[in-house]
Write a protein that binds this ligand. Structure first.
Ligand code: BES
Ligand code: MN
Ligand code: ZN
Length: 492
């Protein structure tokens, strides 16, 4: 991960490989840049449109050898997410040019709460934009940018830059874990990562192996996991910094490879099912930031981790199992494995008497059909919590869209020979999955279906192809709000 820092002005004297300056559409630049940019602007080669860039070499009147203008679009439609993208564009450009360092001038100059939020967003954007997953490329990896500095003399901005680096680190860890192929990223590998986080931040990590999982009655997880050579794990990671307060519990689906099991998936695109642990990855990523920011809160992460593979001892369509909660489920398809392991984790969560539980999972293809790749599906049983998560998603640039859990969807998941069945059929597939999970909760709860947002093509300057890390920063944003750590109410 690139280093984030702050460097004092004025802009003319900043000595750095590349100085990036964001400009709003049709606005004049800071006065000290006039000499350097007048030709470009008067030629109409740069107008400040969203995402537009212009690179000026040996800019007149400046110490830096390269000035990068980055368009921020209309001032009236400016958002923090546009700033994230602008900083990402600058960091990428510096990286392409193989520079050691770059600097970025925040477009908000006056001391204000907005400047703190802007500094966080710019730092996040730079880290996320520079992100690459190349640890399996044997050729020397192309050089990484060393330091990305925000231009400011203000200590608060320097601190906000570090905060932004920490929240970005949540996404970086989530991306690294999710991008890692399943031959490396096994359930035990994830357990090891959880232990590392615990070690780093003084958290408590407890990991159940297959026998422990069976003994605990986590039968959904045990059933899905028993046929794989890489044994399942149930990972519990606890951050206790909130005294006697009820904890927030984060639950993340971590199917390290989902072949579909006996109800095997078509082979085309099956490689993407290495990403079926993205929920667990995001939860572990969020815990990394919870530790780094030392949030004054109790947070428990539960990550049921398993492969879903066919074998002679695999579970089969028609099987009936009794889940951790005591409810019975008839297996319609072994490919609806996620809700089985999540149901176990959600009923396990009851022991914490949680203030709120958020689960995230690449749960249904139907959610991808409903929302495409531009929002996670959000379902829940508590209006206030739903609103809180929507807001956190908006602020983090990880949108989540509220979908209904009508009683009729619950009806659709009632079983013939057991209490429930693990598929309600094609109609409303994301919602029947949510309705299934709802049967296992008795606390304020939100479910995030991230099947469409967790990985895929590059969507913007700070989301690369492969794993996006979503919704790690949404979770961190939500937890910071709960911890009262938010420097400012983020307004857009
Ligand atoms: N991991 C998949 C869901 C998924 C699909 C994630 C596409 C990302 C992209 C999940 O385990 C699954 O297979 N769900 C089934 C459920 C169905 C059989 C009820 C699905 O969506 O087809
Ligand atoms: Mn599946
Ligand atoms: Zn799955």
């Amino acid at each position: 991960m690139i280093g984030i820092g702050a460097i004092g002005g004025p802009l003319t004297e900043i000595s750095t490989g590349l100085l990036a300056v964001g400009l709003h559409k049709d606005e004049s630049p800071p006065e000290e840049l006039n000499e350097a940019v007048s030709i470009i602007l008067s030629n109409g080669d740069f107008s400040g449109k969203d995402g537009e860039t212009a690179l000026v070499y040996a800019p007149q009147g400046l110490a830096t050898p390269r000035l990068l203008l980055v368009g921020l679009g209309d001032r009236s439609s400016f958002t923090l997410d546009k700033l994230r993208r602008a900083a990402a564009t600058a960091a990428k450009q510096a990286q392409t040019l193989k520079l050691d360092d770059a600097a970025f001038a925040l477009p908000v100059s006056e001391r204000s709460a907005a400047r703190i939020a802007a500094a966080e967003a710019a730092a996040e954007g730079a880290v996320l934009g520079a992100y690459r997953f190349n640890r399996h490329k044997t050729a020397a990896p192309s050089s990484e940018l060393g330091t990305f500095n925000l231009v400011s003399d203000d200590e608060d901005v320097a601190a906000a830059a570090q905060t932004g680096a920490s929240t970005a680190a949540a996404s970086v860890l989530a991306r690294d874990l999710a991008n890692e192929p399943s031959n490396e990223a096994t359930p035990e590998y994830l357990a090891g990562k959880a232990r590392e986080i615990a070690e780093r931040y003084g958290m408590q990590a407890d990991v159940l192996d297959l026998v422990g999982i069976q003994d605990e009655g986590l039968n959904g997880l045990a059933t899905v996991g028993r046929s794989a050579a890489n044994e399942p794990r149930f990972i519990v990671l606890e951050h206790r910094r909130g005294g006697e307060e009820a904890p927030v519990v984060l639950v993340g689906k971590a199917v390290t490879f989902d072949s579909g099991g006996i109800s095997i998936k078509p082979s085309g695109g099956m490689d993407e099912m290495k990403y079926d642990m993205s929920g667990g990855a995001a939860v572990l990523g969020a815990m990394e930031a919870v530790g780094a920011l030392d949030l004054a809160l109790n947070v428990v992460a539960l990550v049921p981790a398993t492969e879903n593979l066919p074998a002679g001892n695999a579970f089969k369509p028609g099987d009936v199992l009794k889940l951790h909660s005591g409810k019975t489920v008839e297996i319609v398809t072994t490919d609806a494995e996620g809700r089985l392991i999540l149901a176990d984790a959600l009923s396990y969560a009851k022991r914490y008497e949680p203030a709120a539980v958020i689960d995230c999972a690449t749960l249904t293809g139907a959610c991808v059909v409903a929302l495409g790749h531009h929002a996670s599906g959000l379902m829940g049983n508590d209006e206030a919590l739903i609103a809180e998560i929507e807001k956190a998603g908006e602020a983090a640039g990880e949108r989540a869209w509220h979908l209904p859990l009508f009683e009729e969807y619950t009806e659709q998941t009632k079983g013939e020979t057991a209490d429930l069945k693990n598929s309600g059929g094609r109609p409303g597939g994301a919602l029947t999955a949510g309705a299934f999970l709802k049967e296992f909760v008795d606390y304020p709860w939100v479910h995030l279906d991230i099947a469409g947002t967790a990985y895929g093509k590059s969507k913007n300057a700070y989301t690369p192809k492969g794993a996006s890390g979503t919704p790690a920063r949404l979770l961190v944003e939500f937890l910071r709000g709960r911890a009262g750590d938010r420097a400012v109410e983020v307004t857009r």
